[in-house]
Design a protein around this ligand. Structure first.
Ligand code: ADP
Length: 252
């Protein structure tokens, strides 16, 4: 059984192929066409595995671009795919916090990866990967360097809740000579508080896993741990849990 799972996100398109013994993965920027991104992912997975498309038994797609992928046999919600993916790689997790490019979600799951409840913010950019990308841009640093660059000793509070105002606020702080590391620590705290309060409203049951591209930022993980008062697991393949879940659901 050969199964492909695609997660066409707002920022990054991720693909996983599973055969009876191996797993292949690929990630590319989604770009302007989710359909092209899906096609590219499939081609790259076929290239790296050596299979022909006719040998593939199922293609399952999730993420915001899923409706554009016509060749997909099946389209499944992100919530369900993340739940299934996390249950596979982090057994014992009850709460998932996922922060992607344009939304953040909190999901309660059972041992088999069935969704019990969830909360989602897809209305406001604050508390998402896009927010961090805009702020990193204003601070002239790559988003992947934010975690390393934070300095808790010089942390300042970021008071603006809106992305546009928060950008002006940090540009002002930067211009007044506030250390970059302190501004970044403040940004992490503001995202941690925002997503953490959504998690608290739903309820946090341990163990907690943190997924999505933003989970690679150790500063956000630290801020969330502080906000929730518990340890948070970050799976090594944190950005691929949706694609993995889609591939597993397709196979099942
Ligand atoms: P989507 O599924 O919406 O495309 P992802 O889960 O792929 O979102 O996450 C994309 C976000 O992850 C980006 O907006 C960025 O903020 C963040 N990100 C991507 N790579 C890294 C990295 N190496 N370190 C920290 N954050 C990252």
């Amino acid at each position: 059984m050969i199964s492909i799972g695609l997660d066409i996100g707002s920022v990054a398109a991720k693909g996983i192929m599973l055969d009876s013994s191996r797993q292949y993965s690929v990630m590319i920027p989604t770009g302007w066409s989710p359909r092209d991104a899906g096609r590219q992912l499939i081609n790259r997975l076929l290239d790296s595995s050596g299979y022909n498309e006719v040998e593939v038994d199922s293609i399952t797609v999730t993420g915001y671009g899923r409706i554009a992928i016509k060749q997909a046999a099946r389209s499944v919600t992100e919530i369900r795919c993340h739940a299934r993916g996390v249950a596979e790689i982090c057994p014992g997790v009850s709460t998932i916090i996922d922060i992607g490019g344009q939304d953040s979600k909190v999901i309660h799951i059972d041992e088999s990866g069935r969704v019990l409840d969830f909360a989602m913010n897809d209305k406001c950019a604050a508390g998402t990967g896009k927010f961090l990308q805009v702020m990193a841009n204003a601070l002239e640093i790559d988003v992947s360097e934010l975690g390393e660059a934070e300095d808790l000793n010089t942390k300042v509070s970021i008071n603006s809740m809106c992305t546009v105002f928060a950008e002006s606020e940090i540009v002002g702080l930067f211009a007044r000579g506030t250390p970059k590391g302190g501004i970044i620590a403040g940004l992490h705290q503001s995202v941690g508080k925002r997503v953490g309060s959504m998690a608290k409203r739903l309820g946090v049951k341990e163990q907690v896993a943190f997924t999505g591209g933003v989970a690679q930022n150790q500063g956000i993980r630290r801020a969330l741990e502080q906000e929730l008062g518990c340890r948070i697991i970050v799976p090594e393949v944190c950005q691929f849990t949706g694609a993995l879940g889609a591939a597993l659901i397709g196979r099942e």
